[in-house]
Design a protein around this ligand. Structure first.
Ligand code: AMP
Ligand code: MG
Length: 386
């Protein structure tokens, strides 16, 4: 059985950005992988910008008690600007260009009437100089999936439409004869499929539904899944005699890179490759599937979209609120809540406990054999929003 780090290294080694470029409207670009670095089309701000409502002045003139003559008014978006000479000032709005002659803005709160200076300023005060945020040609967003913030950057530099890489084509298949939409007393609903589909926002997801633990039907569904860049299955990868996913994948030409990772939950996870892409066989228990998806599948997909393999989970340090036992053989990944630097482990009722997972906002990493005491400094992994 390999370690989590080794498994991640194997997956990372197979993750190469998808080629090709598509041009999409910014309104449809959330979660899409930016194709290449985005560059500023001009200086930002494009002019020396007032950061306050007040008076544009020559700082040397704006001394406490001094009265200045107001020679004009400047609104944001105004093109014609008055010249500010010695002893003069111009009314100015936040966001308006600093007029010629002026070198600072006195906030209105530091003045009286029109206009006496109450509190002075130094040259440059309350002015954001041209190009202070970005210079024309600067790279302003790295490649990788577009977040709301990066969408704002695209809008600011006029990148609408924007060039993105094609969506990774990902097939999701839940396996298990017990899965059905209308369960009898002996059956359950498929919660993994909708979870994975949601985690894969920004991808072109084909939800293949469920397949029974039957070689023929399973083989057919897997064959369909392998026609995508990535196939993600859940269930059927453990040691039971109906755990048929591995042999069925191998029969279809998948070369298994690893099967079994020293991870709890998630030990049976499988990763393989074939000419057309990659296949992840996640365990069926919902929390196992979730942990394996976060540690292995999402980093892989992020890298296909031009992002960093490590960028989907942010390690944060905090103090442990209560003791947690390690496993002697496997690295544990434990659901917890992270508040003001305090890491509160949530009650663990098995890897089937998706209800606890749904309350977690961070995952505590517990090294093999390393019991953790209350008050210890620990590392959590916090998923980044997509
Ligand atoms: P398996 O990995 O096939 O041995 O399944 C492990 C456990 O996860 C069993 O209790 C399954 O019933 C359950 N399980 C498998 N697939 C799903 C699924 N798609 N949604 C919810 N639970 C599942
Ligand atoms: Mg099963």
């Amino acid at each position: 059985m390999i370690s989590v780090d080794e498994a991640r290294a194997v997956v990372r080694a197979h993750a190469r950005p998808l080629g090709g470029v598509e041009r999409v409207r910014l309104a449809e670009a959330l979660g899409r992988g930016l194709a290449g670095p985005l560059r500023a089309d001009r200086d930002d701000p494009p002019f020396d910008r007032s950061m306050m409502d007040g008076f544009a002045v020559r700082a040397a003139d704006a001394t406490p008690g001094r009265a200045l003559e107001v020679v004009g008014r400047i609104a944001a978006g105004q093109a014609e600007l008055p010249r500010v000479g010695p002893g003069e000032a111009a009314w100015i709005n936040t966001g308006a260009p600093l007029p010629p002659g002026a070198d600072a803005v006195v906030p209105v709160e530091q003045t009286r009437g029109e206009v006496e200076i109450v509190e002075g300023v130094a040259a440059g005060d309350n002015v954001l100089p041209r190009g202070a945020l970005a210079r024309k040609g600067d790279a302003v967003a790295p490649p990788g999936p577009l977040t709301a913030e990066r969408i704002a950057v695209c809008a600011a530099v006029g990148a609408d439409p924007v060039d993105v890489v094609p969506r990774p084509r990902v097939a999701v298949l839940a396996t298990g004869g017990e899965l059905t939409e209308d369960p009898g007393a002996h059956e359950i609903r498929n919660s993994n499929g909708p979870m994975l589909r949601s985690l894969l926002e920004g991808c072109d997801v084909a939800d293949l539904g469920t397949a029974p633990d039957d070689p023929a039907a399973l083989g057919e569904a897997l064959a369909e899944g392998l026609r995508h860049d990535v196939l993600v299955t859940t269930g059927g990868v453990s040691k039971g005699e109906l755990d048929l996913v591995r042999p069925a994948l191998e029969k279809l030409g998948v070369e298994v890179a690893f099967h079994g990772v020293a991870l709890q939950p998630g030990k049976p996870v499988l990763f393989g490759t074939h000419a057309g892409g990659a296949a992840f066989g996640l365990p069926g228990n919902p929390v196992s599937a979730l942990v394996c998806a976060r540690l292995l599948v999402l980093p892989y997909v992020h890298a296909l979209q031009g992002g960093g393999f490590d960028d989907v989970l942010r390690p944060v340090k905090g103090r442990l609120a209560s003791a947690v036992r390690a496993s002697a053989k496997r690295q544990r990944v434990f659901p917890c809540r992270f508040r003001d630097g305090a890491v509160e482990p949530l009650p663990w009722r098995s890897s089937a406990d998706l209800y606890t997972a749904a309350r977690a906002d961070a995952w505590l990493v517990i090294g093999i054999g390393k019991d953790l005491a209350a008050g210890e400094e620990v590392t959590c992994l916090v998923p980044r929003p997509r």
